[in-house]
Design a protein around this ligand. Structure first.
Ligand code: AMP
Ligand code: GLY
Length: 426
């Protein structure tokens, strides 16, 4: 098979590495890819949201299957554009992608189908939002309705901060049209986990659990980022808890989407808060998580292509995925300054040394390769991943590997996986 993977992050690198191990895959293309993906796939100079160009490329090259990494092309209808041309593609339709593209759509679904989530109000006028915050008795979370690259959520410490978020989103239009409407949500307390499931519109197939680390600094301090590290499995997700999440959140959502006339076909990622009252939905993403994928896919023993084809063909009830019992930890190495401003073009050294280590993989995100050298080109630069028999072993291994890598102003969290260690020990 010839495969095109759309996207350029660590997630796409992990997907490409995984499918490159499939005996069915002969050629892999990545649009636009990155400096690490370049080692195992042919890079195509088309951006992820250039849907028409991508469709033409796939048609001309006779690509058998396109796998979409990021949410933006899905929200813009890449799936429909490909299907109209009879091109095979993995990713939900534009209508189904509203689960990520519109937080308000998702909340309405939750309300209608009784899916547990935080209470919320929607505002399209800044003054009304400010008045609501002033009157609120409990802490609030301010969210831009549309896509904001994972940065459109402010978990406000107090009313001043909440109002500041409303001002930035609605008046200063920090996220453009994505912040024209905001949602103000009751703050939930508990531990978060990421649940990735496959859905063919009818059946679901749960993948391994994982946990992200969204905040930039250790101990979950500082502003949210796209994700600073992840591990899988997440011990907080016991079998019983997983079953509750499937029964109370995922199954009703997949049912709802079918009822609403937009069946969900693809990978569905539920961000869940495990509260004292049980699991509550924080958000849906309509794609693989980044960096969760870098921690989940190395544990998948079965062929990812088989799983993807089962989704497309509506045969998920026949799928069986085998997992590596070991733990996997991924630590993101970022450019100093991220998630705010940062410099690019720094030379990355040490990658050759890490390549020789067993059970370690380095997934590139913001990198560029020129004349055989690798340079930083984004905020999240690399995701270093280790597999080991348990979480403590994987953490030791990953931080040892990181010591070998360097670039100017490199920054990473030093506590990835510690929540899991505490839970396993207690
Ligand atoms: P979202 O993009 O909606 O998942 O929000 C990003 C992050 O903000 C989540 O992963 C949580 O860490 C935090 N968050 C979002 N909503 C809430 C909430 N209602 N209560 C507490 N934290 C939240
Ligand atoms: N890890 C967060 C995300 O993929 O959105």
């Amino acid at each position: 098979m010839k495969i095109l993977v759309v996207g350029s992050g660590g997630r796409e690198h992990a997907i490409i590495k995984k499918i490159s191990e499939s005996p069915r895959v002969k050629e892999i293309y990545a649009a636009p890819g990155n400096g690490g993906i370049a080692d195992i796939a042919t890079l195509v100079d088309i951006k992820a949201d250039e849907i028409e160009k991508l469709a033409c490329f796939v048609y001309e090259r006779g690509i058998d299957l396109t796998i979409v990494g990021p949410e933006a092309p899905l929200a813009e209808g890449i799936t429909e554009a490909f299907e109209e041309r009879h091109l095979r593609i993995f990713g939900p339709s534009k209508e189904a992608s509203r689960l990520e593209a519109s937080k308000i759509f998702t909340k309405e679904i939750c309300k209608k189908y009784n899916i547990p989530t935080a209470g919320f109000e929607v505002f399209d006028e800044p003054q009304k939002a400010m008045d609501y915050i002033e009157r609120a008795e409990k802490p609030q979370v301010v969210k831009a309705d549309g896509l904001a690259g994972g940065k459109g959520v402010v978990v406000a410490g107090d009313k001043v901060e909440a109002k500041e978020a409303v001002r930035a989103m609605m008046i200063e239009k920090q996220f453009g049209d994505a912040g024209l409407k905001v949602m103000i949500e009751e703050r939930l307390y508990g531990e978060e986990a990421s649940i990735l499931v496959l859905s063919d519109g009818e059946n679901i197939y749960p993948l391994a659990s994982s946990q992200d680390h969204k905040q930039i600094y250790d101990e979950d301090r500082g502003p949210n980022t796209g994700g600073m590290g992840a591990y899988s499995p997440a011990p907080i997700i016991t079998d019983t808890m997983y079953q509750r999440i499937i029964a109370e959140i995922i199954t009703p959502t997949v049912f709802a989407m079918k009822e609403e006339g937009c069946p969900y076909k693809g990978v569905l990622y539920a961000g869940v808060m495990i509260t004292e009252e049980g699991p509550m939905l924080l958000e849906y993403n309509v794609r693989f998580g980044d960096p969760e994928t870098q921690a989940v896919l190395p544990r998948m023993k079965s062929d990812l292509i088989e799983a993807i084809e089962a989704v497309i063909d509506g045969r998920l009830n026949e799928l069986k995925v085998e997992w590596d019992e070991r733990s996997c930890v991924c630590v993101v190495l970022a450019s100093g300054g991220y998630p705010a401003g940062y410099e690019k073009g720094k030379t990355i050294s040490g990658l050759d040394k890490v390549k020789k280590l067993k059970d370690i993989a380095v997934y590139h995100a913001g990198t560029k390769k020129e004349d055989g050298k690798v340079y930083t080109s984004g905020g999240r630069v690399l995701g270093v991943t280790a597999l080991d028999k348990d979480i403590t072993g994987a953490i030791d291994k990953v931080y040892k590997a990181i010591k070998l890598i360097s670039f100017d102003k490199m920054y990473y969290r030093t506590d990835i996986g510690q929540k899991a260690v505490k839970r396993v020990k207690s």
